[in-house]
Design a protein around this ligand. Structure first.
Ligand code: DX5
Ligand code: ZN
Length: 218
């Protein structure tokens, strides 16, 4: 089952409650939260306090993508803020397996993600432990960037690794996703589409979500 996860990074922060009601009306599945620290990526976004406020606004599953150095320092803070799925970058973790196991021990689903330049084979040893793999299709840091077409073979490769693991692992794609590339992403094996700009920049946010879902299933 395809899931759509709108990324709040492109939302209008003047009224998050209104934005959340709109994505609920569009039948979004998860809320994608991009956490940036100004070190691992050049941008800074928001942290556990804002996530906690979002938690109070919705029952949708909260999918946090940590683009921060030493993410192991903040696992508990995001759990306490109400996160359901916590994804860390393999490039940011010194002890990836330990971090993934800590996330699960705290009662969250654990995800791992790769920058565009990091090869899929980096995930080989961690596959037995993860619930989700996120493939970045832009360089992490900003919303509204162009989808990197050459990531499609990597998505197929990760999909193959998931199949051979025999486990139910979600394959999430993040960066420049829109109604033009959605179908190709699903064909390549994606099960979750993150989208910021292509949802929040549209006049009607609920229709943008529905359009993306229809395009993906076409
Ligand atoms: C980029 C973030 C993405 C981004 C998606 O670093 O991880 O989640 O906000 O936004 P769009 O869909 O606009 O590329
Ligand atoms: Zn993201």
């Amino acid at each position: 089952m395809l899931k759509i996860a709108p990324s709040l990074l492109s939302a209008d922060f003047r009224n998050l409650e209104k934005q959340i009601r709109l994505i609920e009306r569009g039948e979004a599945d998860w809320v994608h939260l991009d956490i940036m620290d100004g070190h691992f990526v050049p941008n800074i976004t928001f942290g556990p306090a804002v996530v906690k406020a979002v938690r109070k606004l919705t029952k949708l599953s909260l999918d946090a993508h940590l683009m921060i150095e030493k993410p192991e320092r903040y696992l508990k803070a995001f759990k306490n803020a109400g996160v359901d799925r916590l994804t860390v970058h393999v490039e940011a973790c010194q002890h990836l397996r330990r971090t993934v196991q800590q996330i699960k021990k705290l009662g969250m689903k654990a995800g791992v993600t790769l920058k565009p330049a990091t090869p899929a084979k980096t995930l080989k040893n961690i596959m037995p432990y993860v619930d989700l793999v996120l493939v970045m299709t832009v360089h992490p840091g900003f919303s509204g960037q162009k989808f990197i077409e050459s990531m499609l073979p990597k998505i197929r490769e990760v999909a193959g690794m998931i199949r051979s693991s025999g486990r139910a692992i979600e394959l999430e794609v993040d960066g420049g996703v829109d109604e033009h590339n959605a179908a190709a992403l699903i064909r390549a094996g994606a099960t979750v589409l993150v989208a910021g700009y292509s949802i929040f920049s549209r006049r009607s946010i609920p229709s943008a979500i529905k359009r993306l879902r229809n395009a993906a299933q076409a």
